[in-house]
Design a protein around this ligand. Sequence first.
Ligand SMILES: *[C@@H]1O[C@H](CO)[C@@H](O)[C@H](O)[C@H]1NC(C)=O
Ligand SMILES: *[C@@H]1O[C@H](CO)[C@@H](O)[C@H](O)[C@H]1NC(C)=O
Length: 558
Amino acid sequence: MVAQGVLWILLGLVLWPEPGTASLPLRMEFVIQALGELEQKAPETEARSRASTWLLSSQDTGPHDSLHRFVLYGQGLKAMELDRHLLSTELRDLMERVAHHGVQGGQEYGVVLAPDGSTVAVQPLLAGLKAGLQGRKVVDLPLNSTGPLQDATTTFLDVGATAPEVRATSPRLTATSPDVTFPDVEAASPDTKATIPTSVDSLLAVTLAIDLGLTFLQGPQSHPGLGTEGCWDQHLAPQTFTLLEPKATPLTMAFLNGALDGALLGDYLSRTPEPWPPLSLLLSQYYGAGVAGEPGLRSNFRRQNGAVLFSAPTLAQQVWGALLLLQKLKPAHPQLQGMSQDQLAQMANHATKEFTKAFLECPAIHPRCRWGAAPYRGQPTPLKLPLGFLYVHHTYIPAPPCTDFAQCAASMRSMQRFHQDTRGWDDIGYSFVVGSDGYVYEGRGWDRVGAHTRGYNSRGFGVAFVGNYTAELPTEAALRTMRDELPRCALRSGYLRPDYKVLGHRQLVKTECPGDALFNLLRTWPRFASDVKPRAARRASWKPRREPPPILPATDPQ
Ligand SMILES: *[C@@H]1O[C@H](CO)[C@@H](O)[C@H](O)[C@H]1NC(C)=O
Ligand SMILES: *[C@@H]1O[C@H](CO)[C@@H](O)[C@H](O)[C@H]1NC(C)=O
């Protein structure tokens, strides 16, 4: 790790030689290295927690400051001083660059590239570690003190007295919050008095709950693309991260990743008896092959682990509690001051539902830029969404399943080269490819006609498992992704029809694909369609239409 670090430092200096701009690449390895350096050089006692605390204390200037202080230092704990000059200049510079998360001008700051290919916001990650080191406390809310809470309750009583039953499903707006509307809220709590939170979980509050609540406070229109992805300028020495949706709110994919990682690792620390492993070791395991003794605790599977860690009702209650706390704390949050408990509860429910349905229960998809895709050649044909089919393939070559980011990304690039250069197609043929590393890799994606199932490419998505599944099966996790997660979220986003069917490639085209073992399993899936008559289906769907003139020689087998 140290040798590798030295190498990266050298690389960084070579690639950014101008004075003043020589910066370490924004990679998780260096955050881990910074922790390791502090752990080595700090005095024996309390070295670990002090190291992380130091790193964190540099971040306590953000908008959630008062809440972090209340939740984390409220029990008599203070930020401990640690000489920041224990860190080398480069690492100190790196930590200062990544300590604050933010989104500005289409770029995201405070994020690093992790070894699993995901991008992670450092701030919520470190906040979770800190909360875990302090033992994941239940912090009582200052509910009985006078102040903004009383005002809000009064507002609620004034406005709501006329129609208490209606309030549960269509929240009334107060004059102080004219822009707040919450359509499509389910599980609204009609009796807010009975369930009003009296405490918050310190770990969930500082990692996720407060940001989730505050983002949705702006109203549903102002959070386009919850979990927006982005692209690094380059992968060896990443420096800038540009969002794919320029108007994204701070609740980006990288933030959600960091918040989940912080919550999961904080939870691990809080339930692991001391002595704890050094944080540098814990993080390198978590972002590598998995935490010792708990190999499933691995960044690649953060969503599945997160879904186990907190249920939607628990999280909604935590979001509500965090908002309530913010309402009480100084400096006052203007938008929160006018809101009733009912509105806070509805908003917490809505935010939690979006987070759960659009992120936690969806597969993690690496965008094209992440695996180093070459550009599409020619003019893509748009799909007419939603589609009615998922065609399941195996890649056959590469034959071995890919189990980490480097392997899976290399598989994607080699398939794209083969499809573009040898086959002469416009792009990698598949719509999506499922690795055995916990990730889905974007091929042509949801919007473009693929080249995967000759004669049927415009009617369904072609989705492949990396590997040869003639005699073996993909991992259980990969199977679940294909069978449950990907279609569930495609359905929710309007890419798949509600009555969609799953077919094996061989049902439509003369081929062994997707392999005997996998195809036999497919037959047992609930959406599997056994009664396919390829030719009839093809004829029924065929409509004469004028093709746009090809810009490159007609390439894809349509
Ligand atoms: C807050 O006030 C209520 C009723 O006024 C009381 O029952 C409750 O115990 C108080 N809670 C705290 C934390 O003081
Ligand atoms: C795929 O697996 C089958 C069964 O194990 C084997 O016979 C075949 O050679 C494999 N193909 C490749 C390309 O590895």
